[in-house]
Write a protein that binds this ligand. Structure first.
Ligand SMILES: Nc1nc2c(ncn2[C@@H]2O[C@H](COP(=O)(O)OP(=O)(O)OP(=O)(O)O)[C@@H](O)[C@H]2O)c(=O)[nH]1
Ligand SMILES: [Zn+2]
Length: 365
């Protein structure tokens, strides 16, 4: 009798930083109509890689399609699966049975190494992202790795600057606001000057985002996959990144932009929660024109009174998280850094409220 066959294998406890090994990364690929999302997915699928990648296309099908095409690629080979969705739209289905369907499929077909999800050009990726984010917390098989937004070099500027009727969001700008990585595609169609304008506009909307420029969405896969944008293990990297972020010049228009500030000292944890909830949920804070501030993405490194470790703040849509990082505070006094991406943001007003309600001691820089 072959004893090895019955003997359970001893598996070392995973002490690697990052999410637990059993969880599979999901990258959301978004971008305005025709920007090059499908081109990017096809490129990734046919590139040589050692991953078994599942791709979910969240396009509105013809008629009442209750199934979604799911392309699976392994070592450059493609095959197709069908994912059953109750109402044909992944945005609405992820919550009830979309994620379950992915998990069932994995049970049936074996695990994937990676999941790519293309949203429709008009989708709000924040809704999809926050569902994956919450599910990851609840012990799901998948976790959100990052949000990638493809931008059309030729029409992107126009799409980003388009003013919507009052109250409505500009989807293209929202997609950039939420992104961890933006890919400015179709650079073959524009001159350098035009490309610079697109790049500057993207940067003013999202001061945190990484920007790549491509033709036919050809990117280095390592720049797109495994970004770990939401892990709290990477506290040091985020702290470094936040230092480089600059507030965008306030615009007169109603566009989305990035503001950032630093405050030294220690914070009261309860007061910070109240501040974030007032900002994200209650929309209590207004800019000088009396318009309520609306935050789409939020990141920060903060110091809580009595805690030796740095705490990472992450917010997407209406969800946020505060997680202790492995990083210890070294400098004294501690520098809290916050980055807000959204509409009607006024740095001075935000900073003032922050200092007067959240800070326990210290002063603004
Ligand atoms: N000139 C040029 N055309 C491109 C480039 N990349 C993609 N295209 C073309 O642009 C069109 C739209 O590309 P897709 O990849 O389908 O764009 P998408 O974002 O998936 O589009 P939707 O799903 O319809 O929103 C296709 O005809 C592509 O061949 C590029 O770098 N340069
Ligand atoms: Zn597409």
């Amino acid at each position: 009798m072959e004893e090895e066959d019955d003997c359970p294998e001893l598996v070392p406890i995973d002490s690697q930083p990052g999410p637990p090994a059993r969880q599979i990364p999901v990258t959301i690929i978004t971008g305005y109509l025709g920007a090059g999302k499908t081109t990017l997915l096809n490129y990734i699928l046919t590139e040589q890689h050692n991953k078994r990648i599942a791709v979910i296309l969240n396009e509105f099908g013809e008629g009442s399609a209750l199934e979604k095409s799911l392309a699976v690629s392994q070592a450059g080979e493609l095959y197709e699966e069908w994912l059953e969705l109750r109402n044909g739209c992944l945005c609405c289905s992820v919550k009830d049975n979309g994620l379950k369907a992915i998990e069932n499929l994995m049970e049936k077909k074996g695990k994937f190494d990676y999941i790519l999800l293309e949203t429709t050009g008009l989708a709000d990726p924040g809704a999809v992202a926050s569902m994956f984010w919450v599910d990851a917390e609840l012990g799901s098989d998948v976790y959100l790795d990052g949000i990638v937004t493809v931008i059309d070099a030729k029409y992107g500027l126009q799409q980003l600057k388009e003013e919507k009727a009052d109250g409505l969001v500009n989807e293209a700008a929202r997609q950039v606001a939420l992104a961890d990585l933006t890919i400015i595609n179709k650079t073959d169609l524009v001159a350098e000057e035009e490309l610079n304008q697109v790049r500057d506009t993207v940067r003013s909307i999202n001061g945190l985002v990484k920007i790549l420029e491509t033709q036919r969405s050809r990117v280095d896969l390592s720049a797109v996959l495994d970004l770990h944008s939401f892990d709290c293990q990477d506290g040091a990297k985020l702290a470094e990144k936040l230092q480089l972020v600059k507030s965008a010049k306030p615009h007169l228009d109603k566009s989305i932009l990035t503001v950032t500030f630093e405050v030294t000292g220690e914070l009261c944890e309860d007061a910070l929660n109240a501040f974030i909830q007032d900002l994200l949920w209650e929309k209590k804070f207004c800019n000088k024109a009396g318009k309520p501030m609306s935050v789409i993405r939020l990141k920060g490194i903060v110091s809580f009174a009595g805690k030796a470790h740095q705490v990472m703040l992450q917010g997407v849509h209406e969800l946020y998280e505060l997680n202790e990082t492995p990083e210890l505070w070294e400098e004294d006094p501690h520098t809290n850094r916050l980055v807000f991406i959204g509409k009607n943001l006024d740095k001075d007003v935000l900073q003032e409220i922050f200092i007067s309600t959240v800070l326990m001691n210290g002063e603004a820089k």
